[in-house]
Design a protein around this ligand. Structure first.
Ligand code: PBG
Length: 336
């Protein structure tokens, strides 16, 4: 709306539209609904196993059978998709991340079980090597340096086993150069032309991932940082460049991560590219909010909804959030 000098007090009183709930609802610009939410789930081996993640109150690692139940509930709540992350046992973590390309790894088994039992929910699989490397990096380390092209070779094969298992969406979170294009080529060549790619395009080297690394156990031997592949938090134009490349390489959707400290990036991307754009409210954001909630400093439902709405306002089509189930329940109870 153009600013015009005639819009001045008292003829204009912006509070008039705020005077009652019906009026506030009528002029509301953005809406949050269950269909905007993607629920990340941590998967472990075993049956009927549920392990709390100490740094993320209310979040559990689930064995495949319990994950299927969780996805069934997601479906009932109207959550369109889940994102799966494995916590592989220590013996499956190797220098070259061999388990990543095992067609029977935990994630492939989870995908098959979920697609069998709850086919209407979209399944998103992370592509990165950190759950399977002995050192916890997302790529292959050669003499202490991440080798981009060798990493991409493995990532492409990881994506392929996930697609073969029935993954609906491949989500490369590794930040290697060129991986989206090479994954897309492989999917085409193998006949998986409808498998979507949600690229973690603007993924920053962030301290907010700490609790996630605890959840998947990649922090055990991890030393150093991921700054040679994840983005510098000081950069903004570079995020647009990353998104452009990923779209040119065949991504169907792009993502910004972390969420709340990067709303400016989300807004720039949504404005510039007008393509399906997602935000990831990451583990550290969840942990931070829940810590304040547990101390009685913030109201959980209110702060959860305010933060989730901020992503919609900034231009996200959807949000990956550990609050997905809680938020969807609240929206259902409010009749939304
Ligand atoms: C793996 C991956 C990470 C997250 C999603 N995929 C961690 C990392 O890059 O170290 C973080 C998610 C979260 O913090 O909730 N590459």
């Amino acid at each position: 709306m153009k600013q015009t000098p005639s819009r001045s007090y008292p003829r204009t009183r912006l509070r008039r539209n705020r005077k009652a709930p019906w009026s506030r609802n009528l002029v509301q610009e953005n809406e949050l609904c269950a269909q905007d939410l993607i629920w990340p789930l941590f998967i472990i081996d075993g049956t009927n196993e549920r392990q709390p993640v100490a740094s993320m109150p209310g979040v559990d690692r689930l064995s495949i059978d319990l994950a299927v139940e969780a996805v069934r509930e997601a479906a009932q709540l109207g959550i369109p998709a889940v994102a799966l992350f494995p916590n592989a046992t220590a013996d499956l973590r190797t220098e070259l991340a061999d388990e990543a390309t095992n067609p029977d790894n935990l994630i492939c088994r989870a995908v098959r079980a979920i697609k069998q039992e709850v086919p209407q929910v979209g399944v998103i699989c992370d592509v990165a090597l950190d759950p399977y490397t002995s050192h916890g990096h997302d790529g292959i380390l050669i003499d202490g340096v991440i080798d981009n092209d060798r990493s991409v070779e493995v990532l492409v094969q990881q994506a392929l086993v996930q697609a073969k298992a029935g993954a609906d969406v491949i989500a490369p979170s590794d930040m290697m150069d060129g991986r989206v294009g090479l994954i897309r080529d492989e999917l085409e060549a193998e006949g998986f032309v409808d498998v979507q790619i949600m690229a973690y395009s603007a993924k920053y080297a962030s301290t907010f991932y700490g609790p996630f690394r605890d959840a998947i156990g990649s922090n055990v031997n991890f030393k150093g940082d991921k700054k040679t592949y994840q983005m510098n938090p000081a950069n903004s134009d570079e995020a647009l460049h990353e998104v452009l490349l990923d779209l040119q390489e065949g991504a169907d959707m792009v993502m910004v991560k972390p969420g709340m400290a990067y709303l400016d990036i989300l807004s720039r991307i949504a404005t510039q590219f007008q393509c399906p754009t997602f935000a990831y409210q990451v583990s550290g954001e969840y942990a931070m909010l829940m810590a304040a909630v547990e101390k009685g400093l913030l109201d959980k439902n209110q702060v959860m909804m305010e933060c989730l709405m901020s992503f919609k306002r900034a231009g996200a089509n959807g949000i990956l959030t550990y609050f997905a189930q809680d938020a969807a329940r609240l929206l259902r109870d409010k009749g939304l």
